[in-house]
Design a protein around this ligand. Structure first.
Ligand SMILES: Cc1ncc(COP(=O)(O)O)c(C=O)c1O
Length: 438
C-alpha cells in the first residue's frame, strides 16, 4: 500500500490515543532500523523520542529478532499457571539485576496493568485503601491509573474510583516550593507530612511517584527528595511505589531511576524499555517483605497473559543487548553530550527558556516575550505546532507538547546521529522564532 492509502484506512477504521479522529495526522511508518524510521515512500526519519520513550535499544535489533523467532519455534504461549524455563530465567535474571531485595516479579502486558497490580499488592499487603500520587504525573489509561494520574488526561475519566489523593509535586508547573533544590524538598515534604496527617496515615496504603517525571516535564527529583520521601513514608508504614515505566531501563543513565537517589522502593513498576517495546510486557517488582505476605495470603489478581513466554523471551534478549552493548553506561555518557547541545540551543535562541536532561531523557522549554512558558497548562501555542510541523518535514520524530519538546533518543544513538537531530532542532527554532520570542 502507498502512504496515503495506509493513512486513510487507519483513520477510517481505528481510534487514536488521546485524540479525536479528525485531529490526527499520523506518520506512515513502513519499517525501522537502529535510530531511523522509514516511510513507505522511503523517507528516513530520525527517531529522537524512541517512539513512546520506549525503544531504548533502537529499532529492529537482529539479536532480539532472532531470539523472538526462536521463541516462536519453542513455546509461544503457556497458561499463567505453568512453570516455564523462560519464566525461571527472566525472573532470576531480574532478581540479580534489581538492587536490594527486589526479588519477586509479576508480569503484565504493559505499564498500566503493572500499576493496577502494584496498587492491588499494596492494598492487600497493608489492609489500607488510599493511594497518594502527584499532579504532574501519568500512570496509564485504565480506570485506577487515570485516578492516580495528575495531568489533564484524567479529567474526562472522572469521576473514578474513590481512595485516590493527589498532591503537589516538589516542582509544580508555576508555583514554587523554594529557590533551591534543598528548599523545594524540605517545603514539599513538610506539606506532604500535613496531607498525610489530614488523610489519616492508617488509611494510606502507598504513594506512587514517577521517579523522574516523564511527559509532564522530565523532572528529576530535587536533592534529598527521594531519601526524605522514603523516610516520611517509612515513619507511617506507607509503601513507596516507583513507576519506572518511562524512566527505567537505562533511560536516565542507571538501570532504574531510583538508583540515583540511593533508596529502595517497596514496589517498582516497569514496561516500555524492558522489551524495548518489541512486544508488550510490563512487570511489578516487589521487595521480600511484600512478596512474603503472599506466601500464605492469596494474590487476588490474574491475567491471561501473565508471564507470556514470547514476551519474556523478548525481554531476556533485550537484557542481553543492554549488557553486551553497555547501554545503561551509554545513556549516562549521552548526558553531557545532550547537555552541551541544549546549552548551545539556549545560547543561540532567545526563545529557549530552560532545558534539562538526565541520561538520554531530556526536555527543552520555550518562552514567550514576557519570559513565561509560551503555552499555558494543557495548551499548545500555534508556534509550537509550527515547530512540530518543521521537525516532521525535516525528518525528525519527537514529542512536542504544550511549551516543550523532548529529546529521548534510543540509547544506542551515536554522537553524529545526535548532532544530526540537534541540527534539525536548531534550524527549526530559527525558522519558527527567527532569533526572537513571540
Ligand atoms: C510513567 C508511566 N507509567 C505508566 C504508563 C502506562 O504504560 P502503558 O501505556 O504501557 O499502559 C506510561 C505510559 O506512557 C508511563 O509513561
Amino acid at each position: 500500500m502507498e502512504s496515503a492509502e495506509i493513512v486513510e484506512l487507519c483513520k477510517r477504521h481505528t481510534l487514536w490515543n488521546w485524540s479525536s479522529r479528525n485531529a490526527v495526522n499520523p506518520l506512515p511508518i513502513a519499517r525501522a532500523e537502529g535510530v531511523y524510521l522509514y516511510t513507505p515512500d522511503g523517507d528516513r526519519i530520525l527517531d529522537f523520542n524512541s517512539q513512546l520513550m520506549s525503544v531504548n535499544i533502537g529499532h529492529g535489533h537482529p539479536k532480539v529478532r532472532a531470539a523472538m523467532k526462536a521463541a516462536v519455534d519453542t513455546l509461544i504461549y503457556a497458561y499463567p499457571g505453568s512453570a516455564t524455563e523462560v519464566r525461571a530465567r527472566l525472573a532470576s535474571k531480574l532478581a540479580s539485576l534489581m538492587p536490594g531485595d527486589l526479588n519477586t516479579f509479576f508480569f503484565t502486558l504493559g505499564g498500566a496493568e503493572a500499576n493496577e497490580n502494584a496498587i492491588k499488592l499494596a492494598r492487600l499487603k497493608t489492609g489500607r485503601h488510599k493511594i497518594l500520587s502527584r499532579y504532574r504525573s501519568y500512570h496509564g489509561a485504565t480506570n485506577l491509573c487515570m485516578q492516580m494520574t495528575g495531568d489533564p488526561r484524567r479529567w474526562a475519566n472522572e469521576p473514578g474510583s474513590p481512595g485516590f489523593v493527589r498532591v503537589m509535586d516538589p516542582q509544580p508547573y508555576t508555583f514554587s516550593f523554594g529557590d533551591t533544590e534543598e528548599e523545594q524538598t524540605e517545603n514539599n515534604l513538610r506539606y506532604l507530612r500535613e496531607v498525610i496527617e489530614y488523610e489519616g496515615p492508617h488509611t494510606i496504603a502507598a504513594m506512587i511517584i514517577e521517579t523522574v517525571t516523564g511527559t509532564n516535564g522530565v523532572l528529576p527529583p530535587p536533592k534529598g527528595y527521594l531519601q526524605g520521601l522514603r523516610a516520611l513514608l517509612d515513619e507511617h508504614v506507607i509503601l513507596l511505589i516507583c513507576d519506572e515505566v518511562m524512566a527505567g531501563w537505562g533511560r536516565t543513565g542507571k538501570l532504574m531511576a531510583f538508583q540515583h537517589g540511593d533508596i529502595l522502593p517497596d514496589i517498582v513498576t516497569m514496561a516500555k524499555g524492558m522489551t524495548s517495546s518489541y512486544i508488550p510486557l510490563g512487570c511489578v517488582a516487589m521487595r521480600d517483605h511484600v512478596a512474603e505476605h503472599f506466601r500464605e495470603n492469596v494474590f487476588w489478581g490474574g491475567l491471561t497473559y501473565n508471564s507470556h513466554p514470547l514476551c519474556l523471551a523478548t525481554a531476556l534478549a533485550v537484557i542481553e543487548v543492554f549488557e553486551e552493548e553497555g547501554l545503561v553506561e551509554k545513556a549516562a555518557a549521552l548526558q553531557p553530550l545532550i547537555r552541551r547541545e541544549m546549552r548551545k540551543l539556549q545560547d543561540r535562541h532567545p526563545c529557549v527558556m530552560a532545558w534539562r536532561n538526565i541520561g538520554a531523557f531530556g526536555m527543552v522549554d520555550i518562552q514567550n516575550a514576557q519570559g513565561e512558558l509560551i503555552s499555558g497548562y494543557n495548551a499548545m501555542h500555534p508556534k509550537m505546532s509550527e515547530l512540530a510541523g518543521f521537525f516532521r518535514k525535516e525528518g525528525l520524530f519527537t514529542f512536542v507538547r504544550w511549551s516543550h519538546f523532548m529529546v529521548n533518543p534510543p540509547l544506542c544513538i551515536t554522537e553524529e546521529q545526535l548532532l544530526e537531530g540537534f541540527d534539525i532542532v536548531d534550524r527549526g527554532l530559527q525558522a519558527v522564532f527567527e532569533g526572537g520570542r513571540v
